[in-house]
Design a protein around this ligand. Structure first.
Ligand code: NDP
Length: 446
């Protein structure tokens, strides 16, 4: 049950945003954590502050027409939800996936607001994307789609207004096409308008690796609170995209063994440890599938109809997509004595799964804290762009590590303060909320 001040707010969110299940789920999770805050500090419930936090500042929906390789005109729908700019320009990635609709982008933008606050950096929250499916599309088609998408989106962006980055289906190639189109229309080399750029044209060292590396830094610090570390641990990492690959890389550097990963067609198990060079070759260079990995590596096998979470391991890092790990999966992991779960993706565990982990005493790092290293490094990219400087890999990674340790410690401290030691979900929601709420109170009713 929600606190009596918060229930009507949630009822209103349900009424005003029908059919947007993921958005409801994300709001509910934050409100669940705020009961103790509102009881201790009633002023946070004044002036409709929480209602305002649940309502995006601006939502943009637009047509994206483009011509495919056969000369056919295709139409997609583009979105940008500018959720909250109390702490800085809207900041958050763009997702290209056929399942994208307004509810996806709103849930991601809402989460992003608190995540960005947790980093301690001057960035507000936003998210965008399109229901475009990049799978099987040629480079030319991807470029024409990105150009058309940016032709509309550009009028809503700016280094002091809104600064997108990548997400599912949007990597450095797509950011390049969009930056090229923005530059052409604006007639300005405005590096700070997009992050995730290539190193030769305004990008930052470590941005590619940042979300995965950061997630591992967070989980490692969490493990240490109970005298564990990654050394010798067996780890499952779902997904095989940007976040998953660099999560695996850092786990291996710290002595862990990644024994399974996946894509939307199935998962691969490799008890001798995933060969990351091979996986990168298949995924990053050839844009192939994890089933190709299984064909190329004799110690592994591919499972097309099953759950990656059935593979016994010590640590699980879901790094593909929302709600990919359900209550039944959580029960299996607990039965197999999982020690820790760190969310690399946004909201990959269902609320039931999260409850099962917390009740079983499994260390659990929620995505909005664990995967904040990507956006934090995007903010470092913006700093370098603003000062026309570029930092070394080592210096940037050191900054990332410090930021992730800071996020971990703030979440742990807030969980203690609000009576739930070790509950990083509560800690992250409260720490993020208080920073946004303080800024909103200072800025008046806007
Ligand atoms: P990528 O597009 O690089 O990779 C996504 C991976 O997840 C692919 O292996 C993909 O498989 C799989 N996947 C995507 N959708 C589904 C689905 N519906 N069912 C099963 N598998 C799916 O994306 P990222 O690695 O960048 O993003 C992964 C997660 O991390 C997302 O939740 C994103 O929001 C989050 N995140 C990303 C950040 C970043 O910096 N990139 C920052 C913070 C969070 P397939 O190829 O078969 O579709």
């Amino acid at each position: 049950m929600l606190d009596e001040k918060l229930q009507p707010i949630f009822d209103d969110v349900l009424r005003r945003n029908p059919g947007e299940d993921e958005f409801h789920q994300a709001v509910r999770e934050v409100l669940d954590s705020l009961g103790a805050v509102v009881a201790k500090h009633p002023h946070y419930a004044e002036d409709a502050l929480i209602e305002r936090i649940c309502e995006p500042e601006r939502q943009i929906i637009f047509r994206v027409p483009w011509v495919d390789d056969k000369g056919q005109v295709q139409i997609n729908r583009g979105f940008r939800v500018q959720f909250n700019s109390a702490l800085g320009p809207f900041k958050g990635g763009l997702r290209f996936h056929p399942t994208v609709y307004l509810g996806t982008i709103k849930f991601l933008g809402f989460e992003q607001t608190f995540k960005n606050a947790l980093t301690g950096m001057p960035i507000g929250g936003g998210k965008g994307g399109a229901d475009f499916d990049p799978k099987g599309r040629s480079s030319g088609e991807i470029m024409r789609f990105c150009q058309s998408f940016m032709t509309e989106l550009c009028r809503h962006l700016g280094e002091y207004t809104d600064v997108p980055a990548g997400d599912i289906g949007v990597g450095q190639r797509e950011i390049g096409y969009m930056f090229g189109q923005y530059k052409r229309i604006a007639n300005r080399y405005e590096s700070g308008v997009l992050t995730g750029k290539g190193l030769a044209w305004g990008g930052s060292q470590v941005r590619t690796e940042a979300t995965g590396y950061g997630a591992v830094y967070f989980v490692e610090r969490m493990l240490r609170t109970r005298n564990h570390n990654f050394d010798g641990k067996k780890v499952i990492v779902s997904g095989s995209g940007n976040v998953a690959i660099y999560t695996m890389e850092k786990i291996m550097e710290l002595g862990g063994k990644v024994i399974a990963c996946s894509d939307s067609n199935g998962y691969v198990v490799d008890e001798s440890g995933i060969d990351l060079a091979l996986l990168k070759e298949i995924k990053e260079k050839k844009r192939g599938r994890v089933s190709d990995y299984a064909k190329a590596r004799r110690s592994s096998h591919f499972v097309s109809n099953g759950r990656i979470w059935d593979v016994p391991a010590d640590v699980a890092m879901p790094s593909a997509t929302q709600n990919e790990l359900n209550g039944q999966d959580a029960r299996t992991l607990v039965k197999n004595r999982i020690v820790a779960v760190g969310e690399g993706a946004n909201m990959p565990c269902t609320p039931e799964a999260v409850k099962i982990f917390l009740d079983a005493g499994v260390m659990f790092g929620p995505g909005k804290a664990t995967n904040a290293g990507g956006v934090a490094t995007s903010a470092l990219e913006m700093q370098q762009n603003a000062s026309r400087d570029s930092w070394t890999f080592e210096a940037t990674e050191a900054r990332l590590a410090t930021i992730m340790h800071g996020i971990h410690d703030r979440c742990a401290e807030m969980a203690d303060t609000y009576g739930s030691p070790g509950n990083y979900v509560l800690g992250a929601n409260v720490a993020g909320f208080i920073r946004v709420a303080e800024a909103m109170r200072a800025l008046g009713i806007v």
